[in-house]
Structures are given as structure tokens and as C-alpha cells.
Ligand binder design. Structure first.
Ligand code: AGP
Length: 615
């Protein structure tokens, strides 16, 4: 997904914008550019590839000015090239734009513009927007940048985030948000203001931010900002105080953000739990859910919608909520749910799980649920994200910024959020005696320490990874509450090492996958001491009988497993419902080290983006 940074104030805009774009690198991109307003001139520098290429170009031809916009592009229309990179100029070069999203009606707009004599310089859909702005400025909007942009935006179909400057309005930047093409945040400074598609880009400068909602336009100057809806209604947006600190967003002493985030989990899990449990009474407080006992008791069904790793988190949460709150839970992919014409009623709530809060398929599923009258909750990590703001109630993950494309700490925090939700629902629905709730509360409080003990095995897992980084396939198997962890372990490995990997319910092996087993196929078996342990031992024996190589995730003290598996990664003994949260940690480390041994781009894997805001 693309990144946008804008600055208007009294400092050097170029360095602020480039540093901001650098903090958005994790979103994935293939070209970048900057436009700086210098008096009556618009100076532009663009390049393909990494930001270092753009920095070098600017070092040779400096851009000076205190107002500017910048962009990292993830090509959707037109190949990655300098002339397709943003920013893009209008034909008369009075207007310049950066843009996230897809103009779904750009071909018809392009035909209309070409019929009016407009000459296009790029293959992008973005360019139609800046030409429309120029035409509106010349025909009726009297060069007013906000009005010209507003009128152009009304002609666009699809989700957009647009940021534009003009020679006719040198002391302002205009920003528009339509739908879910990544966010538009306005960072509030002193005598300066910032614009960004994502919080980390400007967090070192300010923690005070407002977020544009769907179909809103902002006029930003060095002294302040105004916001209105596209129909012209003035808006007073809420100012959010963002709790993330810039230091935590930096990689620190780690080699990769993913490594840092794996090892942050004892802390992030602590932050997720903090302040939400009264251990003495076993009661939970989740005030942002705005949940009443009456509504909790009338609930008959919960539908969880999410994508990727967040979907697997939902599969784990189903066990918690059904067992503690006795509430039926269905878990669905956002990309499927949004087109299913789902059956919903006022006894059904929909829960969206999304780290970024901007995943377009999850947001679309949320909107589908809202249109059908269901209560809508979300579990999000990104404060101020769309999924947080459109829900009737939300639970924040409090995991801190997750920069690595492969989700790790957000995954475990989102599972804990569902554990807390399950306990909270149990409390409101009176489905558990107080003592049982107290025990569950005491259990989850042990999690950060248990996680820390698992991570102490990092060097053993790094050595283990050295045996397997050249294989071409992996199989991950688990049962019950640990089956989703097999799915997650496979996803972690494949998305950062590019090794084909599958997660499977262990009981399904005999229905086909066991045909795959041979000495070339490592099988990771989650065989912790729980009610299904014996079944897993049998599964391991079946794999071994066919020459398979088995890596078992087992419970400390299990002295049978070494005689069954080729390699054993032990995790501390834990209550059954905590096992998935600590069993995933060795799989995160295994994926990480295999990818590092393969020399892969761990934090920015090919073809992937941290926030998938296009279909
Ligand atoms: C996870 O490692 C992947 N990067 C991906 O599956 C991710 O979980 C998915 O895109 C959903 O993202 P979200 O949680 O921000 O909605």
C-alpha cells in the first residue's frame, strides 16, 4: 500500500517528508517522490525503487521550501517508473497531487479530459484527478484549491486518499478521504502541521492527531486546519492523543522490526491486559465496548470477520467465547463475508479483528453488517483507524506500533483481547461462577511471564532453522484450539521465507495430506499436554512411519515426545486456553530465522503490504 506525508510550517519540508516516508516503508512500495512549494514554483523529485534512490537524487538537486507533499507508490495502474511515480502535475503545472487508492472510473474521465485537449504524461489513474482539479479551478472554482479539489473529488468512484498543493494557494495543503484507501491523519503541531496516511510517519513530531472520515476534505495551513464533508458541511473532528512513543516505533537494537516485535510480546501482552482485570473479583472492564448486561444476555450469536493472521486469531477466540460465555461464534473471512448477503438480526453482533484497522475487506464486511443492523465491534491496534471509528464499540490491542509486515505481537494481543471479551461476556451473561472467572483472570495474568520463558529458546530455534531453510515445503498440524496456530505458523513461514507451507487439522491428515509425507517434508506438530495430546502423539507416529521429519512443540516435562519426534521445542506448562498464545511464539521464531537464513526481506516481503487497503 502507498504512503503519503505532507508538511506545512517553517522547517525544511523535504527532510521531514523523506523521514516520514521512511517510517512508512513497511507498507511496501516500488517508487517514491516529493513536491516542494518554493515561492511560486513547484519543485519535484521522483525515482523508482527504494527511498535511498530518491534521497540521492535530491542530494544532487536539493529541493528548498517549507511546504510539501511526498509519496511512496505501490503500483496499481502503470508500471513502477519515474513518470508514473507521484507526485503528478496538472497540465498547466499549477497543481500537484499525491494519491492512494484506485479511481474506478478513470478511463471514462481520461477520455473526457483528452477530448478537452488534456495531454497525459503517465499511465496512472491518479493523473486524472489533478487535471480535473485544474479544470475546476479555471471553470467556476476561481482557483480556490479546496473548492476545486472538492468538485473534482465528487466526480471520482472508488476509495481515495488525495493530498494536493497549488501555486494559487501556496500557504495551504488540501487533503481528501473517500472510502478506505488508507487513512488521512492531520498531525497538529505548533506553527506547523502534518499530513500522513499512517501514524508512524509523523509520530516523532506530534501525538495530537485528527483523522478524516469517509467523504471529508481538509484545508491545512501552518496555523491550523478546517474540515468539511464533500457536500460542504463544516466538521469539527475529534482530536486523538496517540499513546505510541516514537522510540517504540524505531527498531532499536534488533535486526528487523519483526524480530523486535516478537521479543516485545511479554511487554505488549502486559499492556493488553493492564487495567482491564479486577483479579480479586474476576471482573473485566472494557468501557469502549459500551456493552450492557441486557444486550449481552439477549445475544444469540457472534460473527467474527477478519483476514489473514487476524482471521486465525478469530478462530482461537471462538473457543474462548463459546466456552466461557456460552455464545455461538462463527468466524469468517472478510473477503468472503462481504459478498455473502449474510443473515443478521438484532440478536447477532459482528466482531472485526484488524491490526491496521484499514483492511478493505474487513471494513467492507463491517459496513455490510452495519447496513443489516447488527451491533458492530472491533478489535484494533491502530488508534484512530477506520475500524475503530465506525464500530459501535471497540477493544484496542495496545500492542504498540507493529511495523513488520508479518503480524506477531498484534496476533497474540488480539487473542488476549478475545479472552478478555469472553470473560466479560461471561460476567454479563452470568455463565460462569465467580471463582471460575477469578481463576481464568489469574491464568491470563501469567501469560507475559510464560511468553518470556518461551522466547529464551531463540538460539535453539535459530539452530533448528538452519536445518530447514532450504526445504521447499512445510506442513503444520494441530488439533482443537491449537489448529488455528498450525494455520498461523504456516502463514508466518510462507509470507516471509517464500517456502510453501500448509496448516492442517491433524485429524485431517488421513484424508489426503498424509500422502505428502516423506523425508523431504518437515512436519511441525503442536503436541502440547492437553485433552488431545494422545491424538497428536498418534499423528506424529503416523508421520514418522512414513519417513517424515517431525518438529514437535511440546510441554516442558514431557519425556515421551523426544522418542517420537526428531526435534522438540518445549513450552512451559500452561492452562489449556493459554497454550495457543505461547505455542505460536516458537513458530514465529522458526519462520523468522528460516527467512533470515534465506536472506529474505523479512520486514517487507515481496508482493505484500502491511495494510491491504485495495481489493
Ligand atoms: C499477517 O502476517 C499478514 N501480514 C496478513 O495476513 C494480515 O494479518 C492481514 O492482511 C490482516 O491485516 P489486519 O489485521 O491489519 O486487518
Amino acid at each position: 500500500m502507498c504512503g503519503i506525508v505532507g508538511y506545512i510550517g517553517s522547517h525544511d519540508a523535504t527532510s521531514i517528508i523523506l523521514d516520514g516516508l521512511q517510517r512508512l516503508e513497511y507498507r511496501g512500495y516500488d517508487s517514491a517522490g516529493v513536491a516542494i512549494m518554493n515561492g511560486g514554483d513547484i519543485q519535484i523529485a521522483r525515482d523508482v525503487g527504494k527511498l535511498s534512490n530518491l534521497r540521492e537524487r535530491i542530494a544532487n538537486n536539493p529541493l528548498t521550501g517549507t511546504t510539501g507533499i511526498g509519496h511512496t507508490r505501490w503500483a496499481t495502474h502503470g508500471v513502477p517508473s519515474e513518470q508514473n511515480a507521484h507526485p503528478h502535475l496538472s497540465m498547466n503545472e499549477d497543481f500537484v497531487i499525491v494519491h492512494n487508492g484506485i479511481v474506478e472510473n478513470y478511463l471514462e474521465l481520461k477520455d473526457e479530459l483528452m477530448a478537452e485537449g488534456v495531454e497525459f504524461r503517465s499511465e496512472t489513474d491518479t493523473e486524472v484527478i489533478v487535471h480535473l482539479i485544474q479544470l475546476h479551478a479555471q471553470n467556476g472554482a476561481n482557483n480556490d484549491l479546496t473548492e476545486s479539489t472538492r468538485r473534482a473529488a465528487l466526480q471520482l468512484r472508488g476509495a481515495q486518499a488525495i493530498v494536493v498543493m497549488s501555486k494559487h494557494a501556496r500557504d495551504e495543503i488540501v487533503a481528501v478521504r473517500i472510502g478506505n484507501a488508507g487513512g488521512v491523519a492531520i498531525g497538529i503541531g505548533k506553527g506547523e502541521n502534518f499530513i500522513a496516511s499512517d501514524i508512524p510517519a509523523i509520530l516523532e513530531h506530534t501525538r495530537q492527531m485528527v483523522f478524516l472520515e469517509n467523504r471529508q476534505i481538509a484545508t491545512v495551513t501552518a496555523r491550523g486546519y478546517t474540515v468539511q464533508s464533500l457536500d460542504g458541511t463544516p466538521i469539527t473532528p475529534q482530536i486523538h492523543d496517540i499513546p505510541w512513543n516514537p522510540v517504540s516505533a524505531a527498531r532499536g537494537e534488533y535486526k528487523h522490526f519483526m524480530q523486535k516485535e516478537i521479543f516485545e510480546q511479554p511487554q505488549s501482552l502486559t499492556d493488553t491486559i493492564r487495567g482491564r482485570i479486577d483479579f480479586e473479583h474476576g471482573t473485566i472492564t472494557l468501557p469502549d465496548l459500551h456493552l450492557t448486561p441486557e444486550y449481552a444476555q439477549q445475544l444469540k450469536r457472534l460473527v467474527t470477520v477478519a483476514c489473514g493472521t487476524s482471521y486465525y486469531s478469530g478462530l482461537v477466540g471462538k473457543f474462548f467465547i463459546e466456552r466461557m460465555a456460552r455464545l455461538h461464534v462463527e468466524v469468517d473471512y472478510g473477503s468472503e463475508y462481504r459478498y455473502r448477503d449474510p443473515i443478521l438480526d438484532d440478536n447477532t453482533a459482528v466482531l472485526a479483528i484488524t491490526q491496521s484497522g484499514e483492511t478493505v475487506d474487513t471494513l467492507a464486511a463491517m459496513e455490510e453488517a452495519q447496513e443489516k443492523g447488527a451491533s458492530l465491534w472491533s478489535i484494533v491496534n491502530a488508534i484512530g483507524s477506520q475500524a475503530m471509528r465506525i464500530a459501535d464499540g471497540f477493544i484496542t490491542m495496545n500492542a504498540g506500533p507493529e511495523i513488520g509486515v508479518a503480524s506477531t505481537k498484534a496476533f497474540t494481543s488480539s487473542i488476549v483481547d478475545q479472552y478478555l471479551l469472553a470473560l466479560y461476556l461471561a460476567q454479563l451473561r452470568n455463565t460462569l461462577p465467580e471463582e471460575t472467572r477469578r481463576q481464568y483472570a489469574r491464568d491470563i495474568a501469567r501469560l507475559p511471564d510464560l511468553a518470556g520463558r518461551v522466547l529464551e529458546q531463540d538460539s535453539y530455534i535459530e539452530e533448528l532453522a538452519q536445518n530447514f531453510y532450504e526445504v521447499s515445503d512445510f506442513l503444520f498440524i494441530g488439533r482443537g484450539i491449537n489448529y488455528p496456530i498450525a494455520l498461523e505458523g504456516a502463514l508466518k513461514l510462507k509470507e516471509i521465507s517464500y517456502i510453501h507451507a500448509e496448516g492442517y487439522p491433524a485429524g485431517e491428515m488421513k484424508h489426503g495430506p498424509i500422502a505428502l509425507i516423506d523425508e523431504h517434508l518437515p512436519v511441525v506438530a503442536i503436541a502440547v499436554k492437553d485433552a488431545l495430546y494422545e491424538k497428536m502423539i498418534s499423528q506424529i507416529e503416523q508421520a514418522k512411519a512414513r519417513g517424515g521429519i517431525v518438529i514437535a512443540v511440546a510441554t516442558e516435562g514431557d519425556d515421551l515426545i523426544p522418542s517420537k519426534a526428531d526435534h522438540v521445542i518445549y513450552i512451559p506448562e500452561a492452562p489449556e486456553m493459554l497454550n495457543p498464545i505461547i505455542a505460536v511464539l516458537p513458530l514465529q521464531l522458526l519462520a523468522y530465522h528460516v527467512a533470515v537464513w534465506r536472506g529474505a526481506d523479512v520486514d517487507q516481503p515481496r508482493n505484500l503490504a502491511k495494510s491491504v487497503t485495495v481489493e
